[in-house]
Design a protein around this ligand. Structure first.
Ligand code: GDP
Length: 139
């Protein structure tokens, strides 16, 4: 059975561009409840650990420096079928391939600076949520 929580980040490009409010509004209007939310900034070490699965990819170092370049908003979101429905709401990794009306189509600047993160499985949603939030911060 699909889980009902996912983890998201509003990435540095979207925060810097002042799109945080608009993106949160799209999340809520799509039926996601905010379980946890934090404005914070990743160190390069934090970003490297978060994206460790991409260590061997050619863009890893760029991704780590981009993700630690400015504040991010970390979120746990709740909805039936959260992981799949949220991936649909954010759209393809590359905004050039993202469908109209998706968050990345509207706000992403490039394949790297693509406005938002969304977990790709229930297991990763739980791991990523706990990377940022204690159990007592999950409402
Ligand atoms: P996601 O699940 O849609 O976020 O995509 P991935 O898990 O494949 O990649 C993680 C993140 O790495 C993406 O959201 C982008 O920020 C970045 N990324 C992915 N592919 C590329 C790429 O080809 N070049 C660069 N520079 N960054 C990439």
């Amino acid at each position: 059975m699909a889980g009902n929580r996912t983890f998201s980040m509003i990435k540095p490009d979207a925060y810097e561009a002042g799109n945080t409010g608009a993106i949160l509004k799209m999340m809520e209007e799509a039926g996601f409840r905010i379980v946890s939310m934090k404005l914070t900034r990743l160190t390069a070490d934090n970003a490297g650990a978060f994206y460790a699965v991409h260590k061997e990819r050619p863009f890893y170092q760029d991704l780590v420096s981009y993700m630690s370049s400015g504040p991010i908003v970390a979120l746990i979101l709740e909805k039936d079928n959260a992981v799949a429905d949220f991936r649909k709401l954010i759209g393809a990794t590359n905004p050039a391939e993202a469908e109209d009306g998706t968050i990345r189509k509207l706000f992403a600047k490039s394949i790297e600076a693509n406005a938002v993160h969304g977990s790709d499985s229930d297991e990763n949603a739980a791991i990523e949520g706990s990377f940022f939030f204690a159990e007592t911060e999950k409402f």
